[in-house]
Design a protein around this ligand. Sequence first.
Ligand SMILES: *Cc1c(COP(=O)(O)O)cnc(C)c1O
Length: 430
Amino acid sequence: MSMRYVSTGGRAPAVGIGAAIRAGAAPDGGLYLPETMPQAIDADLPLSEFAAAILAPFFAGDALAKELPSICAEALDFPAPLVPVASGLHALELFHGPTGAFKDFGARFLLACFDRIGDPADPLTVLVATSGDTGGAVGCAAEGRSAVRAVILYPKGRVSPFQALQLSCWDDPVRALEVEGDFDDCQRLVKAAFADADLTEAHNLTSANSINIGRLLPQIAYLAHAAVQAKRATGKDVGFIIPSGNLGHGFAALYARAMGFPIRPILLATNANRTLADWKATGVYAPRASIATIANAMDVGAPSNFERVAALPPEQRKLGVELVTDDQIRDRIRAEYETSGYVWCPHGATAAEAYARLSDRLRDEVTWIAAATAHPYKFAETVEPLIGRPIAPPPALAAILDRAASSISIPASLDALAHALQPHHEPTAA
Ligand SMILES: *Cc1c(COP(=O)(O)O)cnc(C)c1O
């Protein structure tokens, strides 16, 4: 049987997984979801083989199906250990990939798919505007590929030195563009490029943002794997606590539970951006402008995957929401370091705080797992003063520090972007 993907907008034709990944958003502006929900399986396998097994029905009938085992082997080749961190709480450490954040899973899986969808004679171009983790993860995932290249836009002088390096240190076919403007200018440029039919066609433009179904599938796989492994070890179902921004990760947890994996409560932890907390409290979804917090990868006021959550039947979208302010994040990082020695990044700390708020009864019901979404080294300037000691970079991030940056500076204009998209354009050493 073939798997088809339908749009939450309800006005686009159903397509196979390859077309859904190539398109990102559906032509009616909605988001793709599988037409039927595959069933959970209980298998004691390493992550990449487990992922290939549970994701097979999502790829059924598509040309990519035969590539799925190699895509999983390539993209999921680093560990996601479950580490006990406090009485009853486990951290699912998702930061052991090459750029130190869970976005490595989605970016590597998506780029592995693009590399098999594209044609080396006329490659796809992934265009991303970024201030944070996504651009680095996409650049790293595109390095050395032949059928897809990546062009990354970031605002000059508005990212930290480490972030700038992580965006601009990747070899061909990755190109970093330092835009003379702010993050909104970068996003405006990317939008303008996609709206330009000539540019889109000349460079086979495609996007890697978190609405792409190809980023969500590996997240379903590692959450399901963690739940199955924890259930085998403890005999209990699990509860997940997911630090949330655009809700891709949270949706993956809801979907894995709906498929039948041993997952019961799901809590979304947010920073001070209140859209999800207000929705939970009032039942009304009212997007807002985002506000800046120290968990900045979650500074989202209009979560782009909300539509997918809303498309689930009510019993499948049961969840809790815990809002965590910057002061509470800081207190939690300090307290966890003092009591257990564990160092959370500001995003993961929202999940640790949500756990700290649970009653003893709720804590006993399931094995609680908090997603540790980034390595604390990436937020050293926030975390080090709280714990009173320096944080050493893990090997993957140390390797980035050893690389040289190379980017092209452009004014914030579509002409300049169009010129920089030309394959012959040479970067200047920064
Ligand atoms: C992107 C990100 C999040 C939020 O994930 P969503 O899927 O957007 O909800 C949380 N933590 C870190 C470190 C991130 O980079």
